[in-house]
Write a protein that binds this ligand. Structure first.
Ligand code: G6P
Length: 471
C-alpha cells in the first residue's frame, strides 16, 4: 500500500507485439485515452493498472518486460474477451455512440448475463489490484466505459480512497441508454456514482449522464452534482486539449520530417484533403468518402485539383462489425478511384497501415482536414491538425464531436449523416482564401491547447475531495 496516485484503464501506456523474430516489441498504446493520460506529466509518479490485451502482453508480463510503474493484469482470456469485446466494445460503446441498427440489435439473451458476470469479474480484478496498491487516502483515477463498475467496487473495499471516473466517450440520452437490460443500466450508473467525481469531455455528455441518473435511479441533480442514497458525486467537464510544445517537438523529429518528401510528391501542386482515424464504426469514414465522391461529381472543377489522403488505421479487429466496416471503407475508396482516376491523378489514397510519424507529417501539409464522426467524446485529430498545420488548415468538423464545443466557431460544422452538406462544406473549405484559413487556424490552435493533458489530469484531481492531512 504505497501509491498516492493511481490510474486504471483497460489499455495501458504500452502493449507488446511479436516482432517476427521470436521476440516481443513494445508499442505505445493507441487511441485518445492513452494519448491523454500518458501525456500528463504527473503520470510519471503514478501507479498505472491496465489489462494484458493479448498473448504477447501476457508473455511480456511473464518475462518481466512491463515497465516500472505499470501493473498489467493477466485476466483469464475468456473473461477478458467477454468483458472487453462483448460488453465494453460491442454493447457499452455502441450505446454511448448510438450505433445500434435498432431494427435488429441489440438482442439480450441468457448469454448476456454470462457476459455481464465476466464484465463484473474483470472490474473486480482491477479493484483488487487498486485496493492492494493504494496508499491510505490515495487518489484513484478510473478511466472509461470498460471500468464503470470499479468505483463502487473499490469504495466498498477502501472507503478511505478518493476516487474519480472519467469517460472518454459521449454518453447516451436516457431513452437510448435504457436499451440496456434494466439491471445492467442500473449497475453501470451505480458503479460510476461510487466515485467522488465523474468527468466528461463535453457538457453535452455530462448532462446526458446526469439525466440517466435522474430517470433510471431517481438521483437528485443539482449544481453540478448528483446525490443518490445519501452520497454526492461531483459532475465535471474537462475538455482535453493538446500539449502543443510536445507535439511540435515530436513532429520536428527526423522520422516525421523524413516522411514529408513522399507525401509532397503524392500531393503535387494540388490541395491535400486529409483524414486520420482509427477505423472505428463511430468515425464515419464511409460517409466521409461518400462526401468526397459527391464533391467530385457535383463540382467537377475540383477534379485533378485535390488529393484525398485517408489514413484509416486498424482497430478492434476481434469484432466482426469492425472487420466488415474496414472492408466497406476499402470498397468505397476503390469505387472513387475507378470513377474518377485519370492519367497522373489518383483522387484518393487509402492507407491502413498504422504509421504515427506519417500522420504527423500529413498534418503539416494538409489544406483541409475532415473530421466527421457520428459521435465522439472529444476527437483529438481535430485539435492536432490546427496545431501542426503549416499553411493554415481548414477544418470540416462534425457537430457531434465533443471538440465542436470549443472549435465550432472557426470550423465548417456538419451534420455527420448529411453527405450533401459535408460535400458542400468541403467545397467551402477548399475555396477559403489563404489569409482567412490562416486566421481561423490560429484561433483553432489556441482553442486546441487550452487544456493540455497535464492540466486535464490536474482538473480531475482537483475535483476530488482534499487529501487527508499528512498524506
Ligand atoms: C478511443 C476512445 C476511448 C477508448 C479507446 C479504447 O480512444 O476515445 O474512449 O478508451 O478508444 O480503444 P481500444 O483500442 O483500447 O479498444
Amino acid at each position: 500500500m504505497t501509491a498516492p496516485l493511481l490510474l486504471a484503464s483497460n489499455r495501458g501506456p504500452v502493449s507488446f507485439e511479436e516482432d517476427g523474430l521470436g521476440g516481443l516489441a513494445p508499442r505505445r498504446g493507441g487511441g485518445g485515452l492513452v494519448s491523454a493520460v500518458a501525456g500528463a506529466s504527473a503520470v510519471g509518479d503514478a501507479h498505472w493498472v491496465c489489462a494484458a490485451l493479448s498473448e504477447a502482453d501476457r508473455a511480456a508480463l511473464r518475462q518481466g518486460r512491463v515497465p516500472a510503474g505499470v501493473q498489467m493484469l493477466d485476466i483469464d482470456p475468456v473473461t477478458f474477451d467477454r468483458a472487453y469485446n462483448r460488453v465494453a466494445n460491442a454493447t457499452l460503446w455502441f450505446v454511448a455512440h448510438l450505433l445500434f441498427d435498432t431494427a435488429t440489435a441489440p438482442v439480450f439473451t441468457s448469454r448476456t448475463q454470462r457476459e455481464w458476470s465476466a464484465y463484473r469479474a474483470y472490474g473486480e480484478a482491477f479493484t483488487d489490484a487498486l485496493a492492494a496498491a493504494a496508499a491510505p487516502g490515495a487518489a484513484v483515477l478510473v478511466q472509461d466505459y470498460h471500468l464503470a463498475l470499479t468505483p463502487r467496487q473499490l469504495r466498498a473495499r477502501r472507503p478511505d480512497l478518493r476516487i474519480g471516473h472519467f469517460s472518454h466517450t459521449p454518453w447516451a440520452p436516457p431513452e437510448y441508454f435504457c436499451l440496456l437490460p434494466d439491471d445492467v443500466a442500473r449497475e453501470v450508473l451505480l458503479g460510476m456514482l461510487g466515485a467522488d467525481a465523474v468527468g466528461f469531455h463535453s457538457a453535452r455528455w455530462a448532462d446526458a449522464f446526469a439525466r440517466c441518473c435522474v430517470e433510471v435511479l431517481g438521483a437528485a441533480w443539482t449544481q453540478g452534482a448528483l446525490t443518490f442514497e445519501g452520497r454526492t458525486t461531483r459532475l465535471g467537464v474537462h475538455p482535453l486539449g493538446i500539449d502543443a510544445v510536445e507535439l511540435r517537438t515530436r513532429a520536428a523529429e527526423p522520422d516525421v520530417q523524413g516522411r514529408l518528401p513522399l507525401l509532397r510528391e503524392l500531393v503535387g501542386d494540388r490541395q491535400l484533403l486529409l483524414r486520420i482515424d482509427r477505423t472505428e464504426l463511430s468515425k464515419n469514414i464511409v460517409r466521409g468518402i461518400e462526401a468526397y465522391r459527391e464533391l467530385l461529381r457535383e463540382r467537377p472543377q475540383w477534379r485533378r485539383r485535390v488529393v484525398h489522403l485517408v489514413l484509416a488505421y486498424p482497430s478492434r479487429h476481434d469484432l466482426p462489425e469492425y472487420r466488415s466496416y474496414t472492408g466497406e471503407v476499402q470498397r468505397i475508396a476503390r469505387e472513387v478511384n475507378e470513377e474518377f482516376a485519370e492519367d497522373g491523378w489518383l483522387p484518393l489514397h487509402l492507407e491502413v497501415r498504422d504509421d504515427y510519424p506519417r500522420s504527423l507529417a500529413a498534418y503539416e501539409l494538409a489544406d483541409v482536414l475532415l473530421v466527421n464522426p457520428l459521435r465522439d467524446g472529444m476527437n483529438l485529430v481535430a485539435k492536432e491538425g490546427p496545431v501542426l498545420s503549416e499553411k493554415g488548415v481548414s477544418l470540416v468538423l462534425s457537430r457531434q464531436a465533443g471538440a465542436a464545443d470549443e472549435l465550432g466557431d472557426d470550423a465548417h460544422l456538419v451534420n455527420p449523416y448529411d453527405v450533401a452538406q459535408t460535400a458542400q462544406a468541403l467545397h467551402e473549405a477548399l475555396s477559403t482564401p489563404a489569409d482567412v484559413r490562416l486566421a481561423r487556424c490560429s484561433r483553432l490552435a489556441d482553442a486546441a491547447r487550452a487544456m493540455p493533458p497535464a492540466q486535464w489530469l490536474q482538473a480531475q484531481l482537483s475535483a476530488l475531495p482534499a487529501a487527508p492531512a499528512g498524506s
